[in-house]
Design a protein around this ligand. Structure first.
Ligand SMILES: [Zn+2]
Length: 413
């Protein structure tokens, strides 16, 4: 066994651990200060709960306590009890208002660049961000211009930060399945050109998975990953439906599979990744207390896990915070945190050479060597292992990737 140098025997900085971020929503990733500035710019009046976002500190504190959104001015993330319909409605309402401050091209470019900067700071080297272009379309001239703008801005942000960025286009369960089909065709059009997957978000208690099977068939036919939300507000049966009806490659959240041993075994066997978002689960009342999030149960059952922040704007913590929570609340040691990071990278659509380089950086982090930022992802080659993701396999093209050359940012202090 290799001897670990004494200087690195203590807890390593989770922000320096290279990882992939597979569960982040576009508007929900906005900095609280940006939300306020854009609201001012466009004359949008924010409700107290949003106006107070981030008042207790900036996002990015890896102890999960900062950047919190509160209606009552106290510290800690907002609790919305989204497990009942009113709470979920309130959450969606806040989200809609946050969306409404994004009105012109500059807003989108700013948001995406700031997201990439925040990801970089948190050690994220590969980001797959979910966007539903529907609500932005009227202001930007249609669905296609929205996707074109987001892809172009992502390409630029990627080049400037070294974070590889790919897009998941997500349909909304509470809308008509025909709308989802329209979005699936849109996603398919950009398969291999920056869009790598198709998602399904919003309240999984409304809208059966099978109502969206045609949309997902269109997306899968184009080589896109199937990444629906499931097993968050509804139990294991919802995850079964995602697997059966939508052929899910990954499950958004999926934490409630912990209620079903056989299903956990199936996910482990098929290596279906659960995008687990611990802070979100507690903020939305899926679990009362952080220790109830079944992260360790999933991990020990062999279910691959990619930790995610979901909506940092609303839940007050970003990606590195989720790893800090895994350490502090669930007792993950550094070797286990490194394994979580590897699982996120393996579950991503990052091209093979990027993934390999980042996995090596995870090993270096654990060994205490120089990592995270002294080597930007080298982009270009495709996966050759015949495994997921299909997006690359299908057409030999690639996701938006970092302009790796010349990027020399070091890890955050
Ligand atoms: Zn989500």
């Amino acid at each position: 066994m290799e001897r670990v140098p004494e200087t690195v025997s203590g807890p390593r900085d989770v922000r320096a651990l290279p990882k992939a971020h597979l569960h982040l929503h576009f508007t929900g990733a906005m900095r609280p200060a940006t939300l306020r500035e854009l609201a001012d710019k466009h004359g949008v009046r924010l409700p107290d709960a949003l106006a107070a976002a981030g008042a207790s500190g900036g996002p990015g504190s890896p102890d999960g306590s900062a950047g919190a959104l509160r209606a009552d001015g106290r510290d800690g993330p907002v609790r919305m009890r989204a497990t009942d319909a009113r709470g979920w409605f309130r959450f969606q309402r806040l989200y809609d208002i946050a969306r409404s401050v994004l009105r012109d091209e500059d807003d989108f470019r700013r948001l995406i660049l700031e997201i990439a900067e925040d990801e970089r700071r948190d050690g994220s080297r590969w980001l797959e961000i979910q966007v539903d272009p529907t609500s932005y379309a009227p202001r930007l001239g249609g669905l296609v211009p929205v996707v074109e703008l987001v892809l172009d801005a992502a390409r630029d942000a990627s080049a400037r930060t070294g974070v590889g960025i790919a897009l998941l286009i997500a349909a909304n369960r509470t809308r008509h399945p025909l709308d989802a089909r329209t979005l699936a065709r849109l996603a398919a059009r950009y398969a291999g050109r920056g869009v790598v997957g198709f998602g399904l978000s919003n309240d999984e208690r409304r809208g059966l998975a099978r109502d969206f099977d045609r949309a997902f068939a269109i997306a899968r036919g184009a080589g896109l990953l199937s990444c629906p939300h499931g097993g968050e507000l509804a139990g294991p049966e919802s995850v079964r439906a995602c697997l059966r009806d939508l052929r899910a490659d990954r499950i958004g959240h999926g934490v409630r599979v912990a209620e079903d041993e056989a299903l956990m075994a199936e996910l482990a066997d098929r290596q279906v990744v659960c995008e687990v978002c611990p802070a979100s689960n507690v903020a939305l009342g899926v679990y009362e207390e952080p220790e109830q999030v079944p992260l360790r149960r999933l991990f020990e059952a062999g279910v691959p896990v990619a930790l995610g922040a979901d909506d940092p704007l609303l839940f007050g913590s970003r990606l590195a915070d989720q790893y800090a929570l895994a350490r502090r609340v669930h007792g993950f040691d550094d070797a286990e945190l490194a394994e979580l990071a590897r699982q996120s990278l393996r579950g991503s659509t990052a091209p093979e050479d990027v993934r390999k380089a980042l996995l090596a950086d995870v090993d270096a982090w654990l060994a205490g060597g120089a990592v995270a930022g002294d080597r930007a992802p080298r982009i270009g080659a495709q996966r050759t292992d015949g495994q997921r993701p299909r997006a690359q396999r299908a057409d030999g093209q690639e996701a938006l990737t970092a302009g790796a050359a010349g990027h020399r940012d070091g890890p955050p202090a």
